[in-house]
Design a protein around this ligand. Structure first.
Ligand code: AMP
Ligand code: FES
Ligand code: ZN
Ligand code: ZN
Length: 310
């Protein structure tokens, strides 16, 4: 297997590009894909301050590394969600990455700073854990960005993640979601811009990127992810990809270039007047925002612990 660029020994094949790469040219290829995504969707302007949401997993650590390589001013944010040992270990990976490279990592711990955690909120609301988890994450990304005067929040959603979400939205023709499913969400109404610069890289590529560049990451999946629909969609798309390499990327890329425009007007909801949450001051349509409402409901509940076998 020879590298497409230098004919040296290749370490990875990327079937959808019909190409093999050596370490040096694979890293270069990853940089190019991220730069292309940033450029195509005007995600970041030179000199802007980026807050990278890092979970300690391969995608967000690869993203942080790539943004720094590309010369962006990027600081990290780790949220301690209280999901047992999984969260403890994830935080360690994020901290170690930052310390070794002299980067700034901001930290918020749900239990310490807000008096609840994801397992306790999931039990109290009797909904899938990802719902309290996603709500808390979105709120805190925005809040930390606002407080720290960041221009933009970047997350590590990759090609597989976005293709799976698109598949789910198409399966049910959720036109409102399709209207918003671009890898950049403009700033507005007091919310920072959100970007997903890894949309052109697959999960396999971000994992390989970490391995060849020496980034240690949390390999385990979230223990509360069971029942998450997107995992099923990923399996379906992976089967399709195995039969026909490139179909996953084509599905997503052609939605962006040709499909999305037909759903643009279905976004809705934007006309509602926003005011400040009575508790935290973040923009909301209600008296208090969804985050403060969740918190009020679960704070003081007996903590639910998970992932401990003793
Ligand atoms: P997930 O929702 O777990 O698929 O994660 C999607 C993205 O959200 C990751 O790539 C990160 O950018 C961000 N993220 C997930 N968990 C955390 C966390 N605990 N702290 C900070 N960012 C996170
Ligand atoms: Fe949903 Fe962890 S709570 S993936
Ligand atoms: Zn090469
Ligand atoms: Zn609030």
């Amino acid at each position: 297997m020879k590298c497409r660029v230098c004919r040296g020994e290749a370490v990875i094949d990327v079937r959808r590009h019909n190409a093999n790469f050596c370490v040096e040219h694979f890293v270069e290829q990853c940089e190019r894909q991220v730069a292309k995504a940033i450029d195509a969707f005007s995600m970041l302007a030179p000199g802007e301050r980026v807050l990278v949401a890092v979970s300690g997993g391969k995608d967000s650590l690869a993203l942080w590394d790539l943004l720094i390589r590309l010369g962006h001013r990027a600081e990290g944010l780790y949220l301690g969600l209280g999901i047992g040992e999984y969260s403890d270990v994830s935080g360690d990976y994020a901290r170690r990455f930052a310390t070794e490279r002299g980067l700034v990592l901001h930290e918020v711990d749900l239990r310490r700073d807000y008096g609840y955690d994801v397992p306790t909120a999931a039990a109290a609301t009797r909904r899938v854990p990802c719902s309290a988890c996603g709500l808390s994450k979105r709120h805190l990304f925005d809040e930390v960005a606002r407080q720290g005067d960041f221009d933009v929040v970047a997350t590590g959603h990759n090609l597989d993640d976005e293709a799976a979400v698109l598949f789910g939205n198409v399966l049910r023709w959720q036109t409102e979601y399709l209207a918003r499913q671009l890898p950049v969400l403009p700033a507005g109404n007091g919310f920072p811009r959100k970007v997903k610069p890894l949309v052109r890289l697959s999960e396999r590529e971000t994992a390989a990127y970490c391995v060849v560049t020496g980034i240690d990451y949390q390999v385990d999946e979230c223990p509360m992810a069971e029942g998450n629909r997107h995992l099923g969609y990923k399996d379906v798309l992976n089967d399709l990809e195995a039969r026909s390499p490139g179909s996953k990327a084509a599905f997503l890329a052609s939605f962006f270039s040709r499909g999305h425009e037909f759903f643009r007007d279905a976004a809705g909801g934007e006309q509602e007047t926003l005011h400040r949450c009575a508790e935290c001051g973040s923009p909301t349509t209600g008296e208090v925002c969804a985050f403060c409402a969740l918190r009020a409901r679960v704070v003081g509940d007996t903590p639910v612990t998970i992932g401990r076998k003793d």
